[in-house]
Every structure is written in structure tokens, then in C-alpha cells.
Design a protein around this ligand. Structure first.
Ligand SMILES: [Zn+2]
Ligand SMILES: [Zn+2]
Length: 311
């Protein structure tokens, strides 16, 4: 059997396809079989990766890294749900505890050195901008190695104590709503977060499922998009949402983002290792950007979270 493997990069597309061509010259009936198989459509970098510390992800760091490296990715950024220093000993059930920060950062720092030259490992967090807790939580994170933050605004206000004890959906940014004040507050928080200068991209900026009027939606989303454009902060096309049939990515959001002139980054939002290399979903992500004419950023320009410390 004669077998040729060759890789080629699709110029500017940020992903590559591996084509395996197999031919069988010694086939008994003398027919040359030529089999072409598209093996994978891959991201060259992913900055949205979780670990089991958030209680809803599975797989060890090494499993994510090996999966990414074997698929030919050159950068894997971990961005688990950030620890927050809440009041009164309140414990959030979807993020690591503050006392896990050191172990998280030290573990990733070791892996970063172990895999140097093979794949770039980055230490990050997915973090909300909660006015009451942001500054002190950021200061706590910055005591240990950290490369970047992504802004994922999961709650409208402070998560605790305003919304959470009553009903999780009350203040959850992803809840369905037609109330303008909620949309306005979501956008206010995301804009304030971007303006801290701590964040390198906005994760699922279209998390809020707003079912109200187009004009109202546009009025607020334009504010978010203009801020992202002016600060050169890419907005994420979230593959967890796209592959999972969630309400995001939201078409009307991305129409506005394209019109305003934003750029986008594709983020796996991986909660298990295989999510880093699902070719069908990744391909849909690229097509989604193309559909709206949104320019893709394949490598994030990382902003040092420490630059936002003394605000
Ligand atoms: Zn998560
Ligand atoms: Zn995430």
C-alpha cells in the first residue's frame, strides 16, 4: 500500500485540513483506489477552556493539552470560571474557590514549561465584571501567574447577594427576557468590564436572550459593539452555544456587530477535551463568521490583567 500524507494550510483561514490520500496499486482487480478523506478542520488557537474546578467540566488539563497538541493547535489557553471574593462566605457553585487559585495557576505554569516548544499553554480566567467584587477578586488572581482574562458576564449584577438566593434565573444574563432594563444592565456591565482594560476578549457577548423589540435591542447592542470596536477587543463566536443549539450565537447580534465593524474570535468554551477538536462544529463557526462578514482574529492580543489593578 502506498500512502501519502500531506498537510496544507488554507491561507488566512486559521485552520488546516489534513488530507490523507491512500492508493492501492496492488489491488487484485488492478483498480487504483484513491481515497480522499478530510480528517479534521481545526482551530490553531483556543482561549476558552475549562477544568473540573468549576464543577461542570471534565477531563484533566493534560487531556485537554494532549488533544489540542495532537490536533496541531499551537496555543491552548485555559480560562476556567474565575474565583470571586464574595461577601459572607457565599460560595458560587459554578466556579473555583479562591483557595484553589494558587493550585490552578501553579499546575498550569508547570504544564506551560513542560510543553514549551510543542504547544503554548496560557493561564487565564473567564471572569464577570461584578462592580462589588471585581477589584478585589482581580487583585487576588494577580497574586499568581496569569496571562489573560476573558469577559463572560453570566449575571447582571453581582451574582450575590442580589439575585442568586431568590432564583438563579432572576439575574442570569442568559435568561429569556423582553425587559429593556435587563438588556441595558447587561450591556452596561460588559462595557464597564471592557473599559477596565483587563479583558482580552468578550466570551459569548450575545449570551442574553432578548426577545423584545429590534430597535431597543439595536440601541443597546450598538453600545457594546462600538466599545469593543474602539478598544480592539474581539467578540467571541461561542462554539458551545453553536454546537449545543443554544440561543447564542444570536443572528441579530452578529448583524449589528458586523455593521459596527467588530472583529470576532472563535472560542470552543470547552468543558471536556473533545470539544477542542470537533470538526463539524468548528467548521460551522467559520461559516457563521463568513455568513455575517465578520473578520476573524486567530490569535488574541493578550492584555495583562495586572494593568487594571489600580483602578
Ligand atoms: Zn462553564
Ligand atoms: Zn466558558
Amino acid at each position: 500500500m502506498h500512502r501519502e500524507n500531506f498537510d496544507f494550510a488554507l491561507t488566512g483561514a486559521g485552520f488546516h485540513c489534513k488530507i490523507i490520500t491512500e492508493s492501492f496499486p496492488n489491488d487484485p482487480i488492478g483498480v487504483l483506489f484513491l481515497k480522499q478523506k478530510t480528517e479534521a478542520v481545526l482551530l490553531s488557537a483556543n482561549y476558552h477552556t475549562h477544568t473540573p474546578r468549576c464543577h461542570h467540566a471534565s477531563g484533566e488539563e493534560i487531556d485537554y493539552i494532549e488533544t489540542a497538541r495532537n490536533a496541531g493547535m499551537h496555543t491552548l489557553g485555559f480560562s476556567d470560571h474565575a474565583p470571586m471574593l464574595f461577601d459572607d462566605g457565599y460560595i458560587s457553585d459554578f466556579r473555583m474557590l479562591p483557595e484553589q487559585t494558587e493550585e490552578y495557576a501553579v499546575t498550569l505554569d508547570k504544564l506551560k514549561r513542560q510543553y514549551a516548544g510543542e504547544i503554548e499553554i496560557l493561564i487565564g480566567y473567564e471572569m464577570e465584571y461584578y462592580p462589588r467584587y471585581f477589584a478585589r477578586s482581580l487583585a487576588s488572581i494577580c497574586r499568581y501567574p496569569v496571562d489573560y482574562l476573558i469577559l463572560g458576564q453570566h449575571f447582571l449584577e453581582n451574582e450575590y447577594p442580589v439575585e442568586r438566593p431568590k432564583n438563579r434565573s432572576d439575574g442570569y444574563s442568559g435568561a429569556t427576557t423582553d425587559e429593556e432594563w435587563k438588556l441595558g444592565m447587561y450591556v452596561d456591565r460588559v462595557v464597564s468590564g471592557m473599559q477596565t482594560g483587563a479583558f482580552s476578549c468578550v466570551a459569548h457577548p450575545d449570551l442574553m436572550y432578548f426577545t423584545g423589540d429590534d430597535d431597543i435591542y439595536r440601541r443597546h447592542i450598538v453600545r457594546l459593539c462600538e466599545c469593543a470596536r474602539d478598544m480592539h477587543i474581539p467578540l467571541e463566536i461561542n462554539l458551545l452555544g453553536l454546537g449545543g443549539g443554544r440561543a447564542y450565537p444570536c443572528d441579530r447580534f452578529w448583524r449589528i456587530a458586523a455593521e459596527v465593524g467588530c472583529s470576532a474570535v472563535i472560542g470552543c468554551d470547552a468543558h471536556y477535551p473533545e470539544m477542542l477538536t470537533d470538526p463539524a462544529v468548528i467548521e460551522r463557526g467559520f461559516r457563521y463568521a463568513e455568513q455575517f462578514g465578520i473578520p476573524l482574529v486567530h490569535e488574541l492580543t493578550l492584555r495583562d490583567p495586572r494593568s487594571a489593578l489600580k483602578q
